[in-house]
Design a protein around this ligand. Structure first.
Ligand code: CU
Length: 158
């Protein structure tokens, strides 16, 4: 009797371990999907490093207060109550808008998508503009008295 109990417990334990292992493998298999979707959502970068990236970037691509970056990574700094730099993007080019915050929790809502934007983290929205004109970028996370005015300036040109 006692021996059977032990065997039963052992079987239960093995099943629990097997279930755990299966769940672990299933989660592991899903990881590439998460990464593909979110990457590099929440990738760590200090506020100082991000601010330095943004200002180097603006210095390189900005003329007349508007940055005209090539396709690829574009740092966009959110701070009360604006997004910098102002951008001019081209139709058909793919940009990875990399958002981070200088001063608290914001969000970036653009082209029907929205991501949380917080200090110390970089969250990317990949975007390929399809038509010329202004592209609406706004903060969707209440961040203070100027929140409702918090917009980015993005223009898409042919
Ligand atoms: Cu806000």
């Amino acid at each position: 009797m006692r021996r059977e109990d032990l065997l039963g417990a052992g079987r239960g334990e093995r099943m629990a371990v097997a279930a755990f292992a299966a769940a672990f493998v299933a989660l592991l298999a899903l990881m590439p999907a998460w990464r593909a979707d979110d990457r590099p959502a929440g990738e760590a970068m200090t506020p100082a490093a991000f601010a330095a990236w943004e200002s180097d970037f603006a210095a390189r691509y900005e003329t007349g207060g508007v940055a005209r970056p090539p396709p690829g990574d574009v740092p966009v700094l959110a701070r009360r109550f604006t997004f910098v730099p102002a951008l001019e993007l081209r139709v058909g080019q793919t940009y990875r808008l990399a958002f981070s915050s200088a001063d608290g929790v914001h969000s970036a809502a653009i082209a029907g998508r929205e991501v949380l934007v917080v200090p110390g983290r970089v969250t990317v929205i990949t975007l390929t503009p399809t038509r010329p004109g202004p592209l609406d970028l706004r903060c969707g996370e209440y961040c203070g008295l100027g929140h409702s005015r918090m917009r980015g300036r993005i223009t898409v040109v042919p």
